[in-house]
Ligand binder design. Structure first.
Ligand code: ZN
Length: 146
């Protein structure tokens, strides 16, 4: 079990050190900001959604390792998903972090599993979900062209 935990930590450290899709997206269609005042995490999330499909996604910001790694992993997961799939992924991920059983069996959250350990630290759950809340805000917001 400790080996698995170490592997999880390695993934988080890696994504914190070298966040994926860490840039401003030119020509994005949706945008949102997220702030977690408890920890000082900030994120700007950019989406390019075409016909309900997330074609491109990126983020910028600064924060703790958990918030950065979670945002980085999220952008990897979202590419090519449609809006409904992204919303479902959020609810499965949120359930995982708040210790609820996922409603559907067999939901594949892939690498997001590495963040499951956060549920033992309730104060850090907001760090791990910050990017996801920004995602939900961005998807529900009006289209912006920037
Ligand atoms: Zn944080």
């Amino acid at each position: 079990m400790s080996g698995l935990r170490e592997l999880y930590q390695e993934v988080i450290i890696d994504h914190n050190k070298c966040p994926r899709n860490f840039c401003k997206l030119s020509g994005h269609s949706h945008y949102a900001e997220g702030l977690n005042p408890l920890c000082g995490d900030r994120i700007s999330l950019y989406l390019d959604i075409q016909q309900d499909k997330i074609e491109r996604v990126s983020f910028e910001g600064s924060g703790c390792a958990i918030s950065t790694a979670s945002a980085s992993l999220m952008t990897e997961m979202l590419k090519g998903k449609d809006v409904e799939e992204a919303k479902k992924l959020f609810s499965v991920f949120h359930a995982l972090l708040t210790g609820q059983e996922a409603s559907d069996e067999g939901d594949d959250i892939g690498k997001l599993q590495v963040l499951a350990g956060v549920k033992e630290y309730p104060a850090r759950v907001k760090c791990a979900t910050l990017a996801w809340h920004a995602l939900m805000d961005a998807m529900s917001g009006a289209e912006t062209h920037g």
